[in-house]
Design a protein around this ligand. Structure first.
Ligand code: GLU
Length: 274
């Protein structure tokens, strides 16, 4: 697969041990190694990583769920810093530099903020840095939050004019039905048009209950990415090795083909849809 700039989104469930909810360092290490290898192939790489709230909750030993908003934000404050500390350490082992970019809906809606963010990303790529993006959960309340990193990663892909967005999920891709309850459900390998039938299938199939993104948010992400001129792939994040397999054309997943739409404006889409 010939690509120049890729955005990769990893969900909380792919970064933690399901039994304890604690960070799975082996998975995180493999992910970082794969990302560094993509950099070494000459690609601009951007990671959108969830897991701040979960990491903070674990570190603070908070058992109760659901948490009220201020507590979630406090957990994000602690967790985001810890997450970055771990990423920095792992990236340094492979001689790569990671930078942190935290965004809210306003970053995308406000023309000046959006332009600033775009310039920052360009500069980071020019410096060879791998930006690690998350929502600024500590300050983003209901009015200004995206809520899920599927949508955020698609907006980032659009902002940086990426040619590929990869959503690493806890499922192999988009199925015709919920594969947990319908073993005969089939994986859809290629999507050219996001139509009503597909939206219906997405409603039927499930996502994880750890992160916030289900299949419906992944289709919203696919709309944003493909209209912005990027292909989008949903693949299983249980083994980060899927990343090099994607570039070798040997992977299991769902590929949404890009259809650049010159009338697609991010800020209009956010205001109308999100
Ligand atoms: N921004 C949230 C976090 O880092 C996660 C959102 C999501 O899972 O989509 O904890």
């Amino acid at each position: 697969m010939e690509k120049k700039r890729v955005v990769i989104k990893i969900g909380s469930s792919s970064l933690q041990h399901p039994e304890t909810g604690k960070i799975d360092f082996l998975k995180m290490e493999r992910l970082v190694r794969e990302l560094c290898d993509l950099r070494n192939r000459g690609l601009d790489v951007c990671l959108v990583s969830s897991g701040a709230i979960a990491a903070g909750r674990m570190f603070m030993g908070i058992k109760e769920l659901p948490m009220h908003i201020a507590k979630k934000q406090a957990c994000a404050s602690v967790g985001q810093a810890r997450l970055m500390m771990t990423y920095q350490k792992l990236f340094a082992e492979y001689h790569q530099t990671a930078g942190q970019v935290l965004m809210t809906k306003n970053t995308m809606l406000d023309h000046v903020s959006r332009k600033n963010a775009q310039n920052t990303f360009e500069e980071l790529f020019a410096l060879g840095v791998i930006p690690i993006v998350n929502e600024n959960d500590t300050v983003s309340t209901y009015e200004i939050q995206f809520g899920d990193n599927d949508t955020l990663s698609a907006l980032v892909a659009s902002l940086v004019s990426a040619d590929l967005l990869i959503l690493l999920s806890d499922i192999d891709g988009l199925y015709t039905d919920d594969p947990h309850s319908h073993p005969d459900a089939e994986l859809i390998e290629n999507v050219d048009v996001i139509d009503e039938t597909l939206l219906h299938m997405a409603k039927e199939s499930t996502g994880s209950d750890v992160g916030t993104g289900g299949m419906a948010t992944k289709l919203t992400a696919a709309k944003i990415a493909t209209k912005s001129g990027a292909d989008m792939i949903i693949a299983n994040g249980k083994d980060a090795g899927i990343l090099h397999r994607i570039f070798e054309g040997n992977y299991v997943g769902t590929l949404f083909h890009s259809h650049y739409d010159e009338d697609f404006y991010i800020s209009d889409f956010i205001e109308e849809t999100l």
